[in-house]
Design a protein. Structure first.
Length: 194
């Protein structure tokens, strides 16, 4: 029993079997053959499983390689698109800078033109106001003359000929006054229309 305990503690190797092969009986050899056949069958199944796994992993590796190649192609296309976008952005930036400079120059030109026109308008308005003041003064003088002339004419007509309908000097004063009003109104109209 001591030997069997030692045998179970120490595993038997193929070298041990080969050394003791001559000592084995036929039944022991058959038993050993059966164990070896079972072991070989197990190894064959394991080899088959390993080969299937290798084949499966090989297909996965091919698929992954294809995906990696596709990803690399996409990456290159994206790099090209990015370069094009950056180039377009650069061109647009240049165009915007040029347009901004053009707009600034145009704005300055228009501002200068408007300031110049405003100066002319101020000068014209000042002249028109001075002319209007002068015409108002002339109108006041004419009105005073007319009132004096009317008083004199009315009194003199009433004394000389109370039934006469002719105006005499009144009509010339009226004509002069009408002309003065026309000039004054045309100056005011020009100011308002401007």
């Amino acid at each position: 029993m001591d030997d069997s305990d030692n045998e179970s503690d120490n595993p038997i190797t193929f070298i041990d079997i080969e050394d003791k092969l001559k000592d084995y009986s036929l039944s022991k050899l058959r038993s050993l053959t059966s164990v070896l056949i079972d072991y070989l069958n197990d190894l064959a199944k394991e080899k088959e499983n390993i080969n299937e796994d290798i084949e499966k992993y090989g297909e996965e590796a091919i698929e992954m390689s294809t995906r990696v190649a596709e990803a690399a192609n996409k990456k290159e296309k994206l790099k090209e698109e990015l370069a094009k976008c950056e180039e377009e952005i650069g061109e647009m930036s240049i165009q915007m800078t040029e347009q901004q400079a053009t707009c600034n120059r145009e704005g300055i030109r228009i501002q200068f033109q408007l300031e110049e026109e405003l100066t002319h308008v101020k000068a014209y308005l000042s002249t028109s106001i001075d002319k209007n003041s002068f015409l108002e003064g002339e109108l006041t003088k004419m009105k005073t003359k007319l009132e004096k002339a009317l008083k004199w004419t009315v009194h003199s007509q009433a004394m000389t000929n109370p039934h006469s309908q002719e105006d005499g000097p009144i009509s010339s004063v009226k004509l002069e006054l009408t002309n003065l009003f026309k000039r004054s109104n045309s100056a005011k109209t020009a100011i308002y229309n401007f």
